[in-house]
Ligand binder design. Structure first.
Ligand SMILES: [Zn+2]
Length: 284
């Protein structure tokens, strides 16, 4: 189960960095790549959290590591969506939030693994937010998701992201890159004209709109991560995301992120692009 040979070196380095000198992030979000790799990385992270050897985690030889390997560690708790349900059950999430305040059994910390958050609706994610905002010192979370877009902005702002696949590495058109840069400037501008000008190229152009929104969401995510933790695995728009994070409040960034994610989701079933462009113009 803990076959780390399938995990890319870059990801192992990122995890190592997060756990140096006995540090331990209170919540991780592992996104991208396939579900199997997400599962492997989440199990490895859980093992690193419970391991008793703080200078070299996971040591692989302590009692905590051994039990993690055998999937019998009492402080590694996985909550999943029932196989016959479309989404996580709200009552299960509520119970987890209550249990999260109980102290660990054997390790210094306990870990809740919540796989595939794309299967958790907004209502349940909001329940989770409460504990993510102020978790007990001994409680940690390892979340996974197909994409970070499936995670609500407020949850996203509380977690440290570990990206597996580099979905942002695909080639984007020059035009899309130019529009994203203009959109970033427009967010920081108080002039209505700048917002209209930045969104105008999208009017009626479905392909460009999809491309631009995907990129814009990635930039906003980076800006939120920078604002919140001072670090991020940056997209190619590091200048723009840094600028957004210094000029904007976290609330404004979250508002724009949620608005843009919402428009991105409705893009598939809403053929009225003129309306979507107008909504985007009003929300940035
Ligand atoms: Zn160990």
């Amino acid at each position: 189960m803990n076959n780390i040979s399938n995990i890319p070196e870059r990801v192992l380095q990122v995890l190592d960095g997060l756990f140096t000198e006995g540090r331990c992030p209170h919540a991780l979000l592992i996104d991208g790549s396939g579900s199997l790799q997400r599962e492997q990385v989440s199990r490895l992270a859980a093992k690193m959290i419970v391991c008793s050897n703080q200078s070299r985690t996971p040591c692989g030889s302590c009692e905590n590591c051994r039990k993690a390997d055998e999937n019998i560690h009492p402080d590694i708790i996985t909550l999943e969506k029932p196989s016959d349900k479309k989404y996580y059950v709200k009552a299960d999430v509520k119970k987890l939030v209550g249990d999260a305040y109980l102290t660990p059994n054997e390790a210094q910390k306990k870990v809740y693994i919540l796989p595939e958050l794309q299967n958790m609706n907004e209502e349940s994610q909001n329940l989770l937010l409460k504990i993510l905002e102020e978790p007990p010192v001994y409680t940690t979370f390892v979340l996974t998701s197909q994409t970070a877009n499936a995670v609500i902005g407020t949850v996203l702002s509380r977690v440290t992201r570990v990206r597996l696949g580099s979905t942002e590495d695909v080639e984007y058109s020059e035009k899309a890159i130019e529009v994203v840069r203009e959109l970033c400037k427009a967010v920081s501008s108080h002039r209505e004209y700048d917002k209209i000008k930045a969104t105008a190229p999208l009017d009626g152009n479905k392909k460009l709109t999809a491309e631009v929104l995907t990129l814009f969401i990635a930039v906003l995510r980076d800006a939120i991560a920078l604002k919140n933790q001072g670090k991020a695995i940056l997209s190619d728009f590091s200048r723009e995301s840094t600028e957004l994070s210094t000029r904007q409040t976290l609330k404004k960034l979250l508002d724009v992120y949620d608005a843009v994610s919402g428009i991105h989701q409705s893009l598939e079933n809403n053929p009225n692009y003129t309306l979507l462009t107008a909504v985007l113009c009003a929300r940035i």
